[in-house]
Structure formats: C-alpha cells, structure tokens
Design a protein around this ligand. Structure first.
Ligand code: ADP
Ligand code: MG
Length: 601
C-alpha cells in the first residue's frame, strides 16, 4: 500500500467514470440490442431488422423504418441524458415510451464505436460516427438513406479489455441477442422483425394481428399454435392479456413463460405464479403451462425506474393484478373443461376451423346419430353404470363387491362404422395397457386407461354426478374452523358433486351420500372432500378428475372384447384425443407407414 500519498481516495477522471457507468448499462451485445430495438419502436417503426456478427461483439446493428432524426437531434442524441422522451421526472408518470433515461446511446458511444445513419423523410440523410470513448472526435457527414435509422456498433469493449473478458462465446452471445429480439417481438406483434446472424437470415416474423399468433410464430413449431388461447382481462387502471397454451403444450420447466409490462419483458415471479395458479388442475402434476402475461398499466400506477435495464417494475397494487389474472384463468380453464371436447374448436379462429374440417373428413359427420343397442350395453358395462336402482348395503364396499348405483344413464357416445362405413376392428392387446385397433387404413394403438379416463371425465362434466345415499351416515370431525367454514359455506356446491353433508355442530359432520361407485375408505373419503377447500371456482373439474382417476381402468385390467371395442369406438370419435391430464390417448400407424418401414412400396 502506498503510504506516501496523503489521501487514498481519488476522483476518477470523467472519461474513466463514464466507461465504468456505461459498462453497467451495456454489459453485453444483447443489452445493446434491447436498447436499440426500444429506440426503433419508440420511433414508430413497423419494420425492425437486427444484424449481428460474431455474437454482436464485432457488429450489432438495428435498422428501422421509424421517424428518424434531424441533423440537430443526431448531434445531441449520444450525449448522456440526451432524450426526446421526457423533460422532467414528473413526465415518467405519463410516459408511454420504452426509453426515457437518455443513456443508451451515450453508454454505447463510451464502450464501442457507434455509427448512426438517419433520415426523417428520405430526402436528406446524415451519418454520425463517434467513440469508442473520446478516442476520435465525433463526425457528421451527409449520406443517403430512406426514412428511418441504422444504429450500428463496431468492436464492443475493444478499448476495455477488462469488460471484454466477461463476454461469453460468440454463439452464446448470439443466442442472447436473439432472445432479446424475441422478447420485443412478443410484445409488439404488429411490427415485423428480421434477425440476421453472420450474414444469414435466421428469423423472420412478419407482422400479425394478435399476441397469440406472434407467440406461436416466435416460439412454437408445427401446429402447436392451435392449442394457444388469448384471454383478455380488465381491471381498474390496468388491463391484461394472457396468452396461454392448453395442457397439450405442457412443459416440464418454466422457460416459455413470459411477463410483460407496457411492452417490456420483466422478471416478475409473482405474476408467473398467477399463471400457474390460474391453470392449476388443468395440467398434469409437475408440469407447467407456457404463456405470456401482457400487462398494460397507467404509468402513474407503476415504477419502471427501479432497474438499470428496466427489467423490474414496482406495481402500486400488485395484488389486484395477481388476483385478476388468477380469477380469469380459473374461469377460463373451467369453461374450457366444461365445454369438453365437443366445443373444443372455437369458431372465431380460422386455424381451429381448419383442424375441425380435417377431423370431419377422418370421422364422417352424422355417425353419432346411430347408436346400436349392443354397443350401448357394452359401454355401459365398461362405464360401470347399470340402469338398475339398488340400495347400498353399507358404506365403502369391500374390494370385489359389485358397485351399486342410482340414477338414469344414457351413454352420450355414438358409434363408428354404421351406414356402410368400415367398422373399427379389435386386433388384440399389447403390454397390458394398449388396445390394437384397425380402422380404415390405420392401426390405432390406444392407451385404454387414458381412453377410459377421458370418457368418464367428459361424462362427469356433462351431467349431474349421480349419487347414492349411505345406509349408515359416515361421521367425521374436522380439525379446524376453516374446515367447518368450508363445509357449511360450500354445502350446496358439494351436493352438486354428489356429496351430501349434514351436521356441523362442534365440528361433528355426517356424510349422507357419495357419488355412485365411490370406492375409497372412510378416512380417505374425508380427506378427498376436504382437499376441495383449495379448489375455489374449479371444484367441479377437480372432483371430476378425482372421480375419473379412481374410476378409470388401470394398466393391465382386462376388458372383454365387446367392452374394449366399444371403448375404442367411443374414443376414436373424440375430436381431440387427449386424456384429462393432456396426454394423448392413442398413437397411430398408417398402412403406408408400415409398408414403408419394410421397404414395400
Ligand atoms: P432514450 O431512449 O432514453 O431517450 P437513448 O440514448 O436511447 O435515450 O436515445 C436518445 C435519443 O435519440 C432518443 O430520445 C431519440 O430521440 C433518439 N433516437 C435514438 N434512436 C433512435 C431511432 N432509432 N430513431 C429515431 N430516434 C432515435
Ligand atoms: Mg432508448
């Protein structure tokens, strides 16, 4: 340590201080990308192109067709705190722009060579060259260009080796740049984006008319976009659009979940949770939905100025937004389930109609009208719902005892293969789980458990759940007042689910009736009912899933041929062959696939 100088504190020369501060704003090429695209969008562009070389380290350039800058503005734009967007701190309360601090171009000019070409009308155009740091004096020359702006940086951190060391491999930096572009594109679906990496066009996202379409275009493959939904949500001082994938698109991680506030992607764990909570019960356990939450909020009700790259936002009333999202998604997924597979295709979406059309050619219309008696009986046996009316001998019938039911049942499923159509043929079974069915020129390999689950589920959702009275009511005591409150408040809702509950004094309750074919023991039964406490609005789906799960045949259960064929016919009619948890019910091989596999063409 130097003991000779009197003071150890030194004031950094302004140029050094600027470089350090700039390195905080612009720490990697993706940060430049984010800022430059923001500027292009603030300038009203409808076309934004990103060009990078060597991960953006050698060159990062954003080209737009926005409003451009005059020569006077070009002279000023790269100075620290040069901004056309606000005049004072108060303006932040009304600012609708993505930028506002006036630091991006200044930071870029401090750490890299910055070149800007711009024109406001295509008649006069100017070029500015400045940086890195104060190595060369800024230069402005006349040039030619259509209306819009190129902002180009060359040689990031070339003069600051300490920063350059922290950059990743070019490939990784390129991926971050691409993601930064996608983050912007997801929010601005009406703008076209192009991404060119090392001279190759890597991504082209033409303008679309909805967030849902952009989400599919930017992130999904094939026909996955068919399973996206767009849900508008209103609130006071804010509105939210949620784009969410159905269970068909489940993921095992949360990487494809996005939150945006006024066009910026933000990190907000709590709103992501709202997405998960809202869709809970519609997805298999341990899986996650994909989707985007797009919040538009009155700038006075949020602070965007708490993070250097504006990646966090403080909402004045975060709870209200969270609540609105959860509630709306619960209603939505409940409705989706209620609609079942019949109404799965919504008429307003063209793609859905197309898929529907496709299905109609595979499964001829009108087939559901005819319903043969033998098939009805087979299905009935399968669904374990005899027409007979019989009293229950006691609660919790022991294993193996035939279940007893009340209530009428008319199977809702039509039959395939009537009216001269070739009928599906049961070929056999495989691995204790699969039914092998030949139909027309395809071989269907059907997961019998998933198939049965779907049919049961549809029925529970479509009809009142039939119940049976217990000969001896089942008494139980609750452990908390919360349980008591739940049972007394939701008594009528529970009745609709086939659960009749009486009593309640001093925490002592009686179960008087349960859904037909209920199979669990006493303690389990009470536990399942109390579990519904957390279900809220989607109690019916949760209960249907519980019943379905306990009622459906399991792997290895043997179905006789008539029952197996009836099951196959019923599920082959489904427009969307998925079990309630989103897994496919069958896989299929065409005649052609098989012939090709053995090279017989
Ligand atoms: P901020 O965006 O916070 O205002 P910047 O440093 O990013 O600060 O930009 C400074 C100014 O330069 C902007 O306010 C805007 O007037 C101008 N500018 C930057 N990029 C563009 C562009 N692509 N088109 C038109 N004007 C631009
Ligand atoms: Mg900016």
């Amino acid at each position: 340590m130097d003991t000779l100088t009197k003071s150890r504190i030194q004031i950094l020369p302004p140029e050094e201080a600027r470089k350090i501060a700039a390195g905080e704003v612009v720490n990697r090429p993706a940060a430049l990308v984010r800022e430059f695209i923001d500027n292009a969008l603030d300038a009203g562009s409808t076309l934004v192109e990103l060009v990078i070389d060597e991960g953006g380290i050698r060159r990062t350039e954003v080209i737009d067709n926005g409003g451009g800058m005059t020569r006077e503005d070009l002279e000023l734009c790269w100075y620290t705190h040069a901004t056309s967007k606000i005049r004072s701190l108060d303006d932040l309360n009304t600012s609708e722009t993505l930028g506002f601090r006036g630091e991006a171009l200044a930071a870029a000019a401090a750490v890299t060579r910055l070149e800007i070409l711009t024109s406001i009308d295509g008649r006069e155009a100017w070029e500015l060259v400045v940086g890195p740091g104060n190595t060369t004096p800024p230069r402005i020359t006349q040039t030619r260009r259509a209306q819009g702006t190129n902002v180009r940086t060359l040689g990031l951190f070339d003069t600051i080796p300490a920063r350059k060391r922290f950059l990743k491999r070019a490939g990784s930096e390129a991926n971050l740049c691409r993601q930064a572009l996608i983050d912007k594109a997801l929010a601005f679906y009406g703008v076209s984006f192009r991404f060119i990496q090392d001279g190759k066009l890597k991504l082209f996202l033409p303008a679309v008319t909805s967030r849902k379409e952009r989400f599919a275009q930017a992130l999904l493959t094939g026909t996955e976009g068919l399973f996206l939904y767009e849900i508008p949500i209103g609130g006071s001082g804010f509105s939210v659009t949620v784009v969410a994938g159905g269970p068909e698109l489940y993921r095992t991680d949360r990487r494809q979940q996005y939150v945006f506030a006024n066009g910026r992607r933000i990190q907000d764990y709590s709103l992501l949770q709202a997405l998960e909570y809202g869709l809970q019960g519609w997805f298999p356990n341990g899986t996650h939905p994909i989707g985007g939450i797009y919040v538009s909020i009155d700038p006075a009700l949020a602070d965007f100025n708490i993070h250097p790259a504006k990646q966090e936002v403080r909402f004045v009333d975060a709870g209200a937004i969270h609540h609105a999202i959860t509630q709306a998604l619960r209603d939505f997924s409940r409705h989706r389930n209620m609609a079942g597979t019949e109404k799965f295709f919504d008429g307003e979406n063209k793609l859905w109609d197309e898929l529907d059309e496709g299905k109609k050619t595979d499964y001829p219309p009108g087939e559901g009208d005819a319903f043969s008696r033998s098939s009805a009986l087979a299905l009935e046996a399968l669904l374990e719902t005899p027409r007979s009316f019989a009293p229950l001998p006691g609660r919790s019938p022991p294993e193996g005892e035939p279940p007893l039911f009340t209530g009428e049942y008319a199977p809702p499923y039509g039959e395939l293969g009537s009216d001269g159509e070739p009928a599906p043929r049961l070929l056999g079974r495989a691995f204790g789980l699969f039914l092998l069915v030949e139909w027309k020129d395809r071989l269907f390999i059907i997961d019998q458990h998933a198939a049965h689950e779907r049919l049961l589920y549809n029925r529970f959702m479509a009809e009142a759940i039939p119940k049976q009275e217990l000969l001896v009511p089942l008494p139980f005591t609750t452990e908390s007042e919360e349980d008591d409150r739940f049972l007394s408040r939701r008594r009528e809702d529970l009745a609709k689910l086939g659960i009749i509950i009486t009593g309640g004094e001093a925490g002592l309750w009686y179960i008087e009736a349960l859904p037909v074919n209920w199979r669990l023991g006493d303690a389990e039964t009470v536990k399942e009912i109390l579990k519904l406490k957390t279900a809220g609005e989607d109690m019916t789906e949760r209960w249907a899933a519980t019943l379905t799960c306990h009622g459906a045949i399991k792997d290895g259960d043997y179905l006789d041929d008539t029952a197996a064929l009836a099951l196959a016919k019923a599920v082959l009619k489904l427009p969307l062959p998925r079990c309630p948890h989103g897994r496919p019910i069958w896989t299929e091989l065409s005649r052609e696939d098989l012939f090709r596999a053995v090279r017989r063409l």
